[in-house]
Design a protein around this ligand. Structure first.
Ligand SMILES: [Zn+2]
Length: 297
């Protein structure tokens, strides 16, 4: 039997991915100092419930709650030795919620650290750290891996190589871009869409993604730009509009219906997988899935 994510990508159909995890955990009591990844172990019923809500809303792909489950991020919570245990528990929860048809991608986020000379880490360090996480996610039964919210092509490529060193599983490489004043897009570390495509395809990415950083309207242009640079499947996960500060809290105010109204243009621009990022809920996924169904008949 082939890999089900690879088969889904090859089908040519537009796939629907889930939405935000962090803000859903916060609604259920996760506070600023808590480790979201640890909740796979300490509050499994909460994580399972969020996954289930996205599956019921129509997600064909869900991402494990392991965005920060690498040794460096976990060390901030004195959990640096728990990466394997947390990743294993996370995949099990996602699989339970996924049922027989939904695809589970193991989620790998940034280390939050910089490479030499800006920081203290070498590419080899990053690869080793990501390998530990990737190995645990794949061994636990993830259908593939998404490396996401990356701002450095080098770090993203290190994560892809780490996955490929332990498994042939498909990898989505997704970076976070923000619009620039002159109408272009850059990551926080200054990478362009073309650099993303070049560096990460060379590292072995099976699909490219853009997530976070943008609302859906600017992301249509970003996907168009990325489509010009590569033929790989493209995944797009916009935020729920532009963030606003209200009483010291970051809030996203776009409605699911307004978001979904832009989905046909996002697909036309070249997106093959449509999900959503910060500030979104299962209601966004429901509207995305309805829109994709109506487009594909
Ligand atoms: Zn986000």
């Amino acid at each position: 039997m082939g890999n089900r994510f690879q088969e889904a990508l090859a089908s040519g159909r537009v796939l629907v991915c889930d939405g935000a995890m962090g803000s859903e955990l916060q609604k259920r009591g996760l506070s600023g100092g808590d480790c979201p990844d640890q909740w796979n172990i300490t509050r499994p019923e909460v994580v399972r419930q969020i996954h289930s809500a996205y599956v019921q809303a129509g997600a064909g792909i869900i991402l494990t709650n392991t965005f920060g489950a690498n040794r460096i991020q976990l060390a901030k919570h004195n959990l640096e030795g728990s990466a394997k245990k947390i990743c294993k528990a996370a995949v099990a929860l996602a699989r339970e919620a996924a049922g027989p048809d939904c695809i589970v991608l193991g989620d790998i986020g940034p280390t939050g650290e910089f490479l030499e000379p800006l920081g203290n880490f070498t590419l080899q360090d990053f690869e080793e750290i990501f390998r530990e996480q990737a190995e645990a996610l794949i061994a636990a039964g993830a259908d593939g891996i998404i490396v996401e919210t990356m701002t450095s092509v080098e770090e993203c490529a290190a994560a892809i190589k780490a996955v490929k060193s332990v498994s042939g599983a498909p990898v989505v490489a997704s970076m976070a871009f923000e619009p620039t004043a002159n109408g272009d897009f850059r990551t926080m570390m200054g990478a362009s869409a073309a650099a993303h495509a070049k560096g990460n395809v060379a590292a072995g990415a099976d699909a490219l993604g853009v997530n976070c950083g943008c609302a859906i309207q600017p992301m249509i242009k970003l996907v168009e730009a990325l489509r010009k640079t590569c033929a790989k499947p493209i995944m797009a996960q916009p935020n729920a509009g532009q963030p606003k500060l209200k009483n010291g809290l970051t809030v996203y105010e776009q409605t699911p219906a307004d978001f979904a109204a832009n989905v046909p243009a996002l697909i036309k621009a070249g997106a093959n997988i449509v999900g959503s990022c910060c500030g979104t809920t299962p209601e966004f996924t429901r509207k995305i899935a309805e829109t994709v169904r109506s487009l594909q008949g």
